[in-house]
Design a protein around this ligand. Sequence first.
Ligand code: SAH
Length: 362
Amino acid sequence: MNPIDIWLRDVVSRAGFGDVAELVAQYDLKAYRLRQLYHAATKELLAGPAEVTTLPKELRSALTTRGIAFSSLVPIAVQRSRDEQTTKGLFRLHDGKEVEAVLMEHYGDRTTVCISSQAGCAFACAFCATGQGGFNRNLTAGEIFEQALFFARTLGERKKRITNVVFMGMGEPFHNYDAVMEAVALLNDPNGFGLGHRHITISTVGLVDKIDRFSDERLQVNLAISLHAPSDELRSSLMPVNRRFPLAELMAACERHVQKTNRKIFFEYVMLAGVNDSDECARELAAIMSGRLYHVNLIPYNATPDGAYSATDNARIWDFAAILDAAGVPVTVRQNMGRDIAAACGQLQAETQPKAHQAVSQ
Ligand code: SAH
């Protein structure tokens, strides 16, 4: 499906139309009018039809009154970290469900938006705030895309743009595969948002069948695997999905991905004090990271409210990294951002009330 058709389908169904044809018939819209609307939303980053001055005035107000909107997300809490590098948004969907997205402004011009693919998550990883809350529902392609649009508008006010999008917010992207691929098409469309595939990363708990499907798409989109443990026993205790797709099967799928796409895979490894951060874990991890184009990202843990796990201290993280490095495994330690605003997956929603002094209105 064309990006414009994906976008229109979501916009008209939210406004209560049966399909795009119904909207077109009702307002006698020509195809170029539809393109104007799409362009206004995805390229000019306008907030709604009322702002689209290329449309006749009556049409603008008719569409607005009839419920045609460029976003269905209502920002209900937007918090910026004290260093102003991280902005986290909590959004209410049309049915009252909530999702989060995070904007990270790195030094230089690089900006990354971390978006959610589902409200809640079905995979129940032991250390993850979203996993503890259970699954609500899949997001539509439009709802996923609109999280990026929201922050693109915020950045636009500061003459900046989004340079990277990562599917590392709430939910499991490969558990909502079709909508995520449609959202990728919306993000990528050169006639719209225009973000290159290489600037998009999808992170998965490791659904082997979907990894294969994704490899077969032959996209330049980056793949990240949430590994978090080097053995089946430990991984199954942290990530129940490992019982369905144990490490040997997961690593075989990763190998196939590299063979097919010749693209690097990022392995995420969240550092949990006394759980997966020993020298022995590092050596075991090095042993399974022997593949070509494998890269390990060590992630400082953001403690969740239940306090079941705590973060490995920095010195230990660097010692762990040194073991991987000595074994020839490419490794980076992820910069921790937004810890003061609980910016890890599911944390803002898990907090009852955002702290007033951190809240900024957008
Ligand atoms: N379901 C996908 C994407 C969402 S989570 C996946 O699991 O990859 C994105 C990343 O954040 C995952 O690697 C996840 O394990 C990690 N994560 C979750 N909770 C975290 C926390 N409290 N601190 C640090 N990283 C966390």
